[in-house]
Each structure stands twice: as C-alpha cells, then as structure tokens.
Write a protein that binds this ligand. Structure first.
Ligand code: CDT
Length: 321
C-alpha cells in the first residue's frame, strides 16, 4: 500500500475584528476549492481561523469576548465548510476558540475526515503571553487570560497514517514533537498566529521567520515526520502577523511555502512512508534513545543550575575528571 497524501497549506490573510463568520467561512471555502483544483486530500487551516486574534485586547469582563468562541462544532455558520469539504471529499484541519457547555475556554483545533466526521480534537498545551492587563505593550498577548491549557498531545489514525496536532506556540517546544513522535506521529498539523513584533524583546522581530522554520524543520527531522505549519498572516487590526506557511518533509526540508501574507494555498505530495527513512535509522527511538538520562525533562520545569557552579566565577575552562 502506498501512503501518499496531497496536502494543502491554506494560509489566511488577516481577519479584522468586524469580519463576520459567514465572510470568513466563504474565504475558507474558496481555499478549499483551490485545494480541490490541486487534488488535495487534506487542507490545513490555521489557529483561530474563524476570528481575529482577539487575545491582543484586554477586556475587564472576559465574557465580553464570548462571541469569538464556538459553542458547537460545526456551528450553523461553519456547517457550509463541512458540507463543501464533504462534497469535494477533502479532509481538513481547523483552529478555533472553543467554549464548552460548562463554560471552559480553549484554543482548539480539529481534524475532519473526507466525509465530514470530526476524527480528533486538540486543545493548545503551551499558552504564551501573559494573564494580566499589560497596557505598556504595543499589542497584548492574553492567551493565558482567555484560555485554559489543554493537557495532552494525542495522535489519530487518519489519512492512512498517524496524525497529530499542535497549535502555534507549541511548535517552539521540542517536547511537542517528541511526545507526538513517541506515539509514531507521521504528520503534525500546526496552525499559528505569530505577531512579527515581540514586545518583551524586539531584537527577535527580525528573526521571526527564521525561528518559525527553525523549530518546525528540526521537529520534523528529529522525529521523522511531516510538519505542516499554517499561518494567519498579514496586518490584522494594525498588528503584523508572520506568513511563510510551509510544508516540511521528514528530512527537515521545506517542500512548499507561501509567498504572500494573504489567503493563499500551497500544496505538496507527502509520502508518509518517507517517515520510516528517519524513524528506522538515525532516529530509531527503540535503539538509540536513553530516557533514563532525560529524567529532568519530566521531573523539572525551570532551570536548576547544579550546586557548585557559580556563573561568572569559573576558572579558565579547565575541566577536572
Ligand atoms: N498564537 C501564538 O501562540 N503566538 C505566539 C506568540 C508568542 S509572543 C507572546 C507564538 O509563539 O508564535
């Protein structure tokens, strides 16, 4: 059996605060149709693909932003996307703000099969930014105020392979890919909204594109998996969001990349069997991993410099056995 998928990375341009769901869903459907022209099996939409990136604003009353959340999926407004995808026989990945029946808020993504069935749901584990109002910032990043964190990285049997999901900031953490990789993940789908300007350290602004690809390419290579990273891009409510959506092979190479910061679909053929080239050789986990040496990764959160090391007061680098 050959396991070859045609994947579309469906980058979105900005969604402004007053754009309604119907308009946005029409844009998603247009991208889906571009995917159909390119014979895609799976189209990947970004994080919070139905709304503007609302955590850039503070509201004393959190419920004031509840209209940015979906209380059911598919909702009435999103149903046409499910219908069109089913008609075209294309699966898709979609990020959105989720409100559960008992009032919990998550930054969520779902994986939908070619016949419109929700195969899997993921809730963002690494919530970046801050939880309090920080008016000094050009743009706030209040994900830690608006969302609760999810608690697991899972994989799903889908599209003849093992598929995992992560969301935006998750892609910067090597643990994300490894936990997926340890479950045999062959294809990781990752949506993002990444402001180009990083207020706590603007020296990183010029490196935003480099860091984006650096982390996803390493994650792909070190775990022998395909990675699809898809942006909401462009100038959204005055905030520039990074584009450069890409499809990355298990070799770590980028095989397709968006060139605009607008609605744009790029596609690539992904041979899932190519994962074995890496999983069975250089990154043969069974053979080479040494979990007994990695205990600090799960037992410790922050940095703990071992006793006896006084930073800045060392001798000239001489090491004693
Ligand atoms: N959406 C998201 O997670 N964005 C973050 C911005 C970090 S700055 C607080 C990212 O890692 O791209």
């Amino acid at each position: 059996m050959t396991r070859v998928l045609k994947i579309g990375a469906a980058q979105l341009g900005p969604i402004q605060r007053d754009d309604n769901r119907k308009e946005v869903v029409e844009r998603l459907i247009a991208l889906l149709n571009k995917g159909a022209v390119e014979s895609c099996d799976l189209v990947v939409f970004p994080e919070l693909a139905l709304t503007t990136f609302f955590p850039r604003w503070w509201s004393e009353n959190i419920a004031e932003f509840d209209h940015f959340f979906e209380t059911e999926m598919p909702s009435r407004e999103v149903q046409p996307l499910f219908d069109e995808a089913k008609k075209l026989s294309i699966g898709f990945h979609l990020g959105y703000a989720e409100m559960t029946p008992d009032g919990h808020r998550y930054n969520t993504s779902i994986l939908v099969s070619k016949n419109g069935e929700v195969l899997g749901k993921y809730r963002k584990v690494h919530l970046p930014g801050h939880e309090e109002h920080e008016p000094w910032r050009t743009f706030q990043h209040l994900e830690r105020y608006y969302f609760e964190p999810g608690n697991e990285f899972k994989v799903f049997g889908a599209f003849d392979g093992v598929v995992g999901m992560a969301i935006c900031n998750d892609r910067r953490w090597s643990e994300t890919y490894r936990v997926l990789g340890l479950q045999g993940c062959e294809l990781a789908l990752i949506g993002y909204n990444t402001p180009v300007h990083y207020p706590p350290d603007p020296s990183q602004d010029a490196l935003a594109g480099f860091h984006n690809h650096l982390v996803m390419q390493s994650g792909a290579y070190q775990n022998g998996m395909w990675v699809v990273g898809v942006a909401k891009a462009g100038n959204e409510e005055g905030c520039d969001l990074l584009g450069e959506s890409s499809i990355i092979a298990p070799s770590g190479e980028i095989v397709a990349q968006c060139s605009t910061v607008e609605d744009e679909l790029v596609s690539a053929v992904a041979d899932l069997d190519m994962c074995a080239n890496y999983k069975d050789t250089l990154f043969d986990f069974d053979r080479y991993r040494r979990p007994e040496v990695y205990k600090a990764i799960t037992s410790q959160v922050g940095i703990e410099i071992p006793e006896g090391i006084e930073v800045g007061k060392q001798e000239d680098g001489h090491l004693e056995d």
